[in-house]
Design a binder for this molecule. Structure first.
Ligand SMILES: [Zn+2]
Length: 121
């Protein structure tokens, strides 16, 4: 029997390097260092505010984190910067996988794991 969570992810997630991300620590580091993850959120937030002419107040300080969330590629579990949890993401930070799905599919997909620090070098 096939798993309901599997839906063609092999095409883009097989044998990928994934980076282990723990929230909220990952966000706190990003915010302090204004690193690539912070810049990704900032870019998106600015585009959103510009396009809609709303939400300017969210561009100030830590509130900007609320412009970001992702879903697990398999079970749709939500990743948030201020919700405690562990996720695994691809190098472009585009695909996210929750811990449970990671454990279940790790062998099938042949993932290589690196640390969050390596992602932001
Ligand atoms: Zn999942």
């Amino acid at each position: 029997m096939s798993d309901w969570r599997l839906n063609g992810q092999e095409e883009y997630l097989s044998n990928k390097t994934l980076y282990k991300i723990t929230f909220p620590a990952f966000w706190e580091t990003a915010y302090k260092g204004k690193n690539a993850f912070f810049q990704k959120i900032e870019r998106y937030a600015k585009e959103h505010v510009e396009a809609t002419n709303r939400g300017h107040e969210y561009l100030e300080g830590e509130k900007i984190q609320h412009f970001w969330h992702e879903h697990c590629e398999f079970c749709w579990e939500k990743a948030l910067t201020d919700k405690t949890g562990t996720f695994y993401c691809t190098e472009d930070m585009y695909h996210w996988i929750c811990e449970e799905c990671f454990d279940d599919f790790r062998e099938k997909f042949g993932w290589l794991v690196k640390s969050a620090e390596e992602l932001l070098l």
